[in-house]
Design a protein around this ligand. Sequence first.
Ligand SMILES: Nc1ncnc2c1ncn2[C@@H]1O[C@H](COP(=O)(O)OP(=O)(O)O)[C@@H](O)[C@H]1O
Ligand SMILES: CC(=O)OP(=O)(O)O
Ligand SMILES: [Mg+2]
Length: 391
Amino acid sequence: MSLLLTLNAGSSSIKFALFEQRPHGLDRLAVGQVEGLGERAHFCAVTTAGERHEQWLDGSVADHGHALQGVLDWLRLSFPNREVAAVSHRVVHGGAEHVEPIVIDDHSRAQLETLVPLAPLHQPHNLAGIDAARVAFSRAPQVACFDTSFHRSHPFVSDTFALPRQYYEQGIRRYGFHGLSYEFISRQLKSRHPGLLAGRVIVAHLGNGASMCAMRGGRSVASTMGFTALDGLPMGTRCGQIDPGVLLYLVSEHGMNAQSLTDLLYRNSGLKGMSGLSNDMRVLLASDLPSAREAVDYFVEQCRRELGGLAASLGGLDALVLTGGIGEHAAEVRSRLLRNMSWLGIDFDESANQAGAEEISLPRSSVRVLVLATDEERMLAEHAAELTALS
Ligand SMILES: Nc1ncnc2c1ncn2[C@@H]1O[C@H](COP(=O)(O)OP(=O)(O)O)[C@@H](O)[C@H]1O
Ligand SMILES: CC(=O)OP(=O)(O)O
Ligand SMILES: [Mg+2]
């Protein structure tokens, strides 16, 4: 049976998962990650059978190539004589063109490079992962799955900014991101809660990157993220929605340029910038620092505003799904987000919320509130299986 490898490459880490194509579907064989790229890299993989493999990788400054060599070595050791039939990559930006996954060739690889300025925190690393995988797994097709594709169903009003039309034509649009996560949740609704799929649903993907997606009939009709993955909700290190006048002011009065603004808005803002402590929600919730409390307050406030805005855009709400690291695990954040929302039809059950139940709305709530685990890796594998079966 063929193996599929999925890669989600970030600036300092590569997360991976290994799947096997079986007649009944895809079985996950292992998950792992290589952390500390650019410094001393650490490899860790755990098989579904429970075997754990950890090691420090050789090489003074380990890069994406070293990391994938580590994956290759582990594969040879743990799954001898098994060939990887395809490698599936999460690529954050696909622009206006890519409405579905593709098998990468030289032409598409070059085209994806032009989108680096639109996703500086992700795209360069996604492409470095692809380049390294083309070397490490030279016989396997490389599949790119885009975070933006799921949102290409946006109507024009959710896809544009209020700029002269020529900018829209030039590609300055609200693309939206976290599409693999939303697609997975949409498929989960279809299989587990089919009655909800046709309705008006908001999915909140609250992780280190955070966004919300308004869906109708399981398709995206609006998202809080825009041209880049900076807009909308505040995130671990990103600012979220900001008055563009602030940026003009920082350029004209503080002498900031594109590079210093990129560092400020992508790497040093959000929960980390506001708290001066950490980008990690767990650390902030456990802290007594007033700045940590303010950062969480701001996060919750912006989530509530966007929730109300997207519900208005949908003309009402049938279900809210919470997912991502914070959405799935931070009961306190969920509780603060859902409190005093009866006006929107949300009445939640605090004990079900604290207990980690899948459904946390009360029977009288006209909006059903679900906590569902997302799985971007499985979505990557499913796309690669579908695409390579066709080619
Ligand atoms: N038990 C928890 N309580 C509160 N926050 C949590 C918990 N587990 C994870 N998180 C938060 O989830 C965020 C990471 O989300 P995740 O979706 O894993 O991010 P990534 O985008 O890196 O995949 C971090 O802010 C982390 O603190
Ligand atoms: C698009 C995005 O923000 O991704 P992540 O959550 O992985 O940072
Ligand atoms: Mg994420």
